[in-house]
Design a protein around this ligand. Structure first.
Ligand code: FAD
Length: 383
């Protein structure tokens, strides 16, 4: 058993760490203040080969393994979860994974190649206002008309939805009344921004402010039938495959945020003096710091293990859901402790821990709430 990163992975980690610190850190304050995603990062990261790194070289990717992608995700999230979410989770993950796995060559040339270059930005449309955890209850419907699909419906909480150039939209291509088994009849179809009948409305939220979120509306949007990903009716399995990889990425996201919080609180607890000694030296606080260090270590180890299983092509839905629920839930207490150790300063906007705390909350909601991941683990365990 070998727990060490390869030399290439270590070099890559240092490169992406330097990039995040030098190119992303200076953008954070304005992006958070204005609640906008710094779009200039997409082509910049594309040029450096940091978008879609797991995708085939022939489309501009690096054919990197999932472990290497987790290194990238951890380093980006350590600096800013909002920006990391926009470029890695949504664009390089949710928005393009099904396209890479199941899309036709024409679709890949039209959407995947520019996405990896960062010249077209992706989002992913699954959730609806009345269909969240129960995504199958979606109402969005695509009906064939001539050589097009005509799509009607709406999508809720769509990350990158305000500015994306395209997104796979999950919708029923079969009349829901004709569907015999729950989950059948759903397809993923790529929709482009600017299509007549397509509109987006930006949502205000409490964290991840540099990762824009929107509600989308589709009124008789015409989309060429060639924009169907894979075969009609296979949308649900494509979504589940996308989420499996995404849930491992959430282990890496949690590790990045937890490591950032630990690094900050480690310094602060040694500098902040009360009752004549650094607060880190009070045993109750020492134990909190130790617990944080242990939890960061377990998060990273669990994430790499799930990523390794994924890379071997082994069944890892259980491990993906386990790491998603454990890492994102453990992160919540870790963040509360990190904020508490800052005393009143932890509640002040000028201290980065306040942003990390707000950002961390989103991680146990998106890509399946903790409850949905518990249920998936329970199913896998035969409970
Ligand atoms: C900032 C943000 C960004 C997002 N980005 C995207 C995106 O890019 N694309 C996209 O498609 N979606 C996106 N989402 C949607 C996200 O995936 C959903 O919010 C999530 O799946 C939960 O759905 P819901 O909000 O409707 O909650 P609900 O499903 O209404 O759940 C409410 C509560 O009930 C619980 N619950 C529901 N069913 C059960 C059950 N059977 N047993 C026990 N508990 C249950 C849930 O765990 C939760 O605690 C985003 C959400 C947010 C907040």
């Amino acid at each position: 058993m070998d727990f060490a990163l390869s030399e290439e992975q270590k070099i890559f980690r240092d490169q992406i760490r330097n990039f995040a610190e030098s190119e992303i850190t200076p953008l954070i304050d304005a992006a958070e203040e204005n609640e906008t995603t710094p779009l200039e990062l997409f082509p910049k990261m594309g040029e450096l080969g940091y978008l879609g790194i797991t995708y085939p070289e022939k489309y501009g990717g690096a054919e990197a393994d999932k472990v290497t992608e987790c290194i990238l995700i951890e380093e980006l999230n350590k600096v800013c979860a909002g920006i990391a979410g926009a470029v890695s989770t949504t664009h390089s993950g949710l928005g393009t994974r099904a396209l890479n796995e199941y899309g036709t060559e024409e679709l890949k040339q039209k959407f995947l190649v520019p996405a990896i270059k960062g010249t077209k930005i992706a989002a992913f449309g699954l959730t609806e206002a009345d269909a969240g955890s129960d995504a199958i209850a979606m109402k969005t419907r695509a009906v064939k008309n001539g050589s097009d699909y005509v799509i009607n419906g709406s999508k809720m909480f769509i990350s990158n939805g305000t500015f994306c150039d395209f997104l796979p939209v999950a919708c029923y291509t079969t009349d829901p009344k004709e569907v015999k088994k729950r989950g059948e009849g759903i397809s993923l179809i790529i929709m482009e921004k600017g299509s007549p009948g397509y509109s987006a409305s930006k949502l205000k939220k409490s964290g991840n402010l540099s990762h824009e979120t929107a509600q989308l509306f589709f009124e008789d949007v015409r989309v060429p039938q060639e924009n169907l990903i894979g075969k009609e009716g296979e949308g649900l399995s494509q979504v589940l495959a996308t989420l499996k990889a995404g849930r491992i990425s959430y282990g890496a996201r949690s590790t990045g945020l937890a490591q950032a919080a630990y690094d900050i609180i480690f310094r602060y607890a040694h500098e902040r003096v009360q009752f004549g000694k650094p607060i880190a030296k009070f045993q109750v606080n020492t134990f909190k710091l130790v617990n944080m260090a242990i939890n960061v270590d377990i998060m990273r180890t669990m994430t790499y293990r799930a990523a390794w299983l994924y890379d071997q092509g082994l069944d890892c839905m259980k491990e993906a859901c386990m790491v998603k629920v454990w890492a994102t839930e453990t992160l919540q207490q870790l963040m509360l402790d990190a904020v508490a150790l800052h005393g009143g300063y932890g509640y002040m906007k000028e201290y980065p821990i306040e942003r990390i705390w707000r950002d961390a909350k989103m991680l146990n909601i998106t890509e399946g709430t903790s409850e949905m991941n518990y249920l998936a683990v329970a199913r896998a365990l035969g409970i």
